[in-house]
Design a protein around this ligand. Sequence first.
Ligand code: PXG
Length: 298
Amino acid sequence: MGQSREPLVYIDGELYPKSQAKVSVFDHGLLYGDGVFEGIRVYDGLIFKLKEHIDRLYNSAKVLRLRIPIDKDTMINDVVKTVRANGFRDAYIRLVVTRGVGDLGLDPRKCERPSVIVIVEHLEPILGKGEREYGVSVIISSTRRDPVYATSHEVKSLNYLNSILAKIEAIEAGADDAIMLDSRGFLSEATGANLFIVRDGKLFTPPVTAGILPGITRAVVIEIAGRLGIPFIERDLTPVELMTADEAFVTGTGAELVPIGFVNKLPINDGRPGPVFKRILEEFNLVKRDPRNGVKAL
Ligand code: PXG
């Protein structure tokens, strides 16, 4: 469906063909990374955890004193409308709220109206990614996670330079991604995904105090572990605990669930996805298609 025509992008209540979807060069989202966003997936017409993403978006905006010009119900309706207009049953949604057009100074009071943007990209369903023979390779980055007393990633802002620096380091080292440490040296998260490790049959993940984004996929995995009776512990974790883990994996809307095979070239166990990961992934693949877990658009 819609293979020949351009995707439609929502900007402030109107739909534009992709080639005409533009914002001003004076938008502080561009000039300063001043704005907030969400990445959301659509599984067979179901917008997964849409309400949770919208709540997180409004919370991020609250911290930045960014007044989103439409209420949550309108936002949900407009996201659904944009997915329908594009007709993609499997998709990735990028929801962006920029500070809006201002002058060249950084004072946000000069920006009268934030802009709301919804981009919907068609995605082929990713099958069997988690069952790859070896997990992905990561390095432990020399760039530390922004601390919670500064530009904390608890706020999902448009400023991703902290992650981008770590990603560049990973690319230059020939690795797939980077694990970032917090300002104290404890494990934080990957550049755009949360980290879990398994030791002695127990599941561990760093707390929000490590400067992580409290991920929606992370919350789903914690819930699944509870249902499966896998003991779960949220606490500070050391780099050595990762390197000597039985299993490790990352979670995120984009990544879904991806096993880690190597850390700084050291294999995690034998470098292959482990049994706890596989069991949780199997359950996740059911959860993501359950209509109770999202808003049906198509
Ligand atoms: N940590 C950070 C820093 C993130 O940006 C996650 C964790 C996972 O959160 P969710 O709620 O999606 O489970 C994210 C996710 C990408 C990409 O390329 C991902 C994110 C942002 C930009 C790109 O996968 N956010």
